[in-house]
Design a protein around this ligand. Sequence first.
Ligand code: HEM
Length: 136
Amino acid sequence: MKNSIDNVKKSYGRCLNTEDFIGQFYEVFLKSHPSVPEFFKDVDMANQKKLLRFGINYLILFANGDMAGKSAINRIASTHSKANMAIPPYLYQYWRTSLLKVIEKADYAFTPEIESDWNLVLEKGISYIIAHHDKV
Ligand code: HEM
């Protein structure tokens, strides 16, 4: 896991060095499934882009067993849960594949190994958030 996390951290750094990486993610994600845009219709996207930049970092920290990562992912699980924004769990797979599409384009050193490292890291946080959908 440690190696995967190091690879993901470096890959994320390369991605963030490219022009409007998070903006590109939202462009792909909003088109990935017809249910996605309605959730963002009243959202300030400039602010949302800043928050997601941290959100991805929290997923990486969470996968690394970091306590600050765990508390941030608990908070995200709660805002996205059935009791709050009620994000349908099936949309997380669209979120993950959209992010991977954009990473593949943005990371000049992307390899199939880095792709599977990202999948490992993202799946950890996503399955945790989904498991808490009905509980928080
Ligand atoms: C693991 C995947 C995801 C992460 C890490 C993530 C992260 C975040 C973060 C950090 C925020 C800022 C506010 C907060 O802390 O709640 C947020 C807000 C939001 N997210 Fe997510 N999110 C994820 C998946 C999704 C999915 C699948 C959707 C589906 C449409 C979604 C829709 C939204 C919406 C609508 C907001 C609210 C914006 C607002 O009202 O200001 N998110 N997300």
